[in-house]
Design a protein. Structure first.
Length: 279
C-alpha cells in the first residue's frame, strides 16, 4: 500500500478512454488522470493501490536515436514523482521535467515551444548535452523579454559549449517547422502555456496558434517522442486552451499515441499536465 492509502475508482468509462480519480484518506487530496486505455490492448495495464500507480514495463533504454517508447505504460518508474504531485509536494513543471528524463537521450533534438524565463530550456539542455555536441535545443517565444530572460539564465548557468547547443528564435510556436532543419528527428516538444511569469499578463498563448503548434509538433516528432504541456487555466482564455489541447489529443489514433492528463480535482485553477507519447 502507498503510505497514505490511495483509493482508486473509475469515474467515467468511455469506449476508448477511462478517467480515474484518486483520493487520499489522510491528506484529503483529490487527483485524477485520464488515459487512453484502448492503446493497451495487448498489455495487462491496471490501476493499483500498491507501490505503483501504473504497472507493466519501462521506457525503451535503446540508445538508437529512433528507438520508440515501450508499448506498455509510459508512466512506469514515475510513481514517487506522481505521488508527490498528488500530495502537493511537487509542482506540475517539476513532474514534467521528470517525465522528460524518461524520454530524452543525450544528443537528442528537442523544442521549447514557449521559452518564458528559460527554466524549461535549461532543463532540456541538461538532458541533451554531452561531449558529442550533437544535442540541440530549439527555443522560441514571441516576446523579446522572454528570450532575453532565457539568455540571461543560460549565460549564468552553463558553459559556452553547452550554450552553443541552444538556438533561440523570436517566433510564434505555430511556426516551429520554419526553424527546425529538414529531416530532423525531434524527441520532445514542450509547451508551458499561459503568460510570461513576471511579464505582461495580457500577452498570453492563444488556443488558435497553440493548435497549429500541436499540429506542427505532431509532424516533426519522432517515434518514441513526447509532446508535453503544462496548461494554466486561471487566466482568461486558459480553459479554452486546455479544451483545445484535450480535443487534439483525443483525435490522435490509439495505435500510434498514448495520451494522459493529470488534474487536481479540488484545486480547479491548478495547472494541468498533458502528455502525448508517440509510439
Amino acid at each position: 500500500m502507498l503510505a497514505h492509502r490511495l483509493w482508486w475508482h473509475s469515474r467515467l468509462i468511455l469506449p476508448k478512454r477511462t478517467i480515474f480519480s484518486c483520493f487520499s484518506i489522510s491528506q484529503r487530496s483529490a487527483f485524477s488522470f485520464s488515459l487512453n486505455l484502448s492503446s493497451f490492448k495487448s498489455s495487462k495495464i491496471l490501476c493499483s493501490c500498491s507501490n505503483s500507480i501504473l504497472q507493466n514495463g519501462k521506457f525503451s533504454s535503446d540508445k538508437d536515436p529512433l528507438s520508440p517508447l515501450s508499448t506498455v505504460s509510459p508512466l512506469s518508474g514515475l510513481e514517487d514523482e506522481l505521488v508527490g504531485y498528488v500530495f502537493g509536494k511537487k509542482k506540475a513543471t517539476e513532474v514534467a521535467h521528470l517525465v522528460w528524463k524518461h524520454v530524452v537521450q543525450k544528443g537528442d533534438t528537442v523544442i521549447d515551444a514557449t521559452c518564458g524565463n528559460g527554466y524549461d530550456t535549461l532543463a532540456m539542455l541538461k538532458l541533451v548535452a554531452d561531449d558529442s555536441g550533437r544535442g540541440r535545443v530549439y527555443g522560441m517565444d514571441i516576446q523579446t523579454e522572454a528570450l532575453e530572460n532565457t539568455l540571461s539564465l543560460l549565460d549564468g548557468t552553463v558553459n559556452q559549449k553547452e550554450r552553443e547547443l541552444v538556438k533561440l528564435f523570436t517566433i510564434c510556436h505555430s511556426r516551429m517547422e520554419e526553424v527546425i532543419p529538414a529531416n530532423t528527428y525531434v524527441r520532445l516538444v514542450a509547451f508551458n502555456l499561459g503568460y510570461l511569469p513576471g511579464g505582461d499578463k495580457g500577452i498570453i498563448t492563444m488556443s488558435t496558434t497553440t493548435l497549429l503548434a500541436l499540429e506542427a509538433a505532431k509532424k516533426i516528432l519522432m517515434p518514441g517522442g513526447l509532446i508535453s504541456l503544462v496548461v494554466y487555466i486561471g487566466h482568461p482564455g486558459g480553459r479554452e486552451e486546455l479544451e483545445t489541447a484535450e480535443a487534439f489529443a483525443s483525435r490522435l489514433p490509439v495505435e500510434d499515441w498514448i495520451c494522459c492528463k493529470f488534474q487536481m480535482l479540488n484545486r480547479p485553477l491548478a495547472p494541468l499536465l498533458v502528455f502525448m507519447f508517440k509510439r
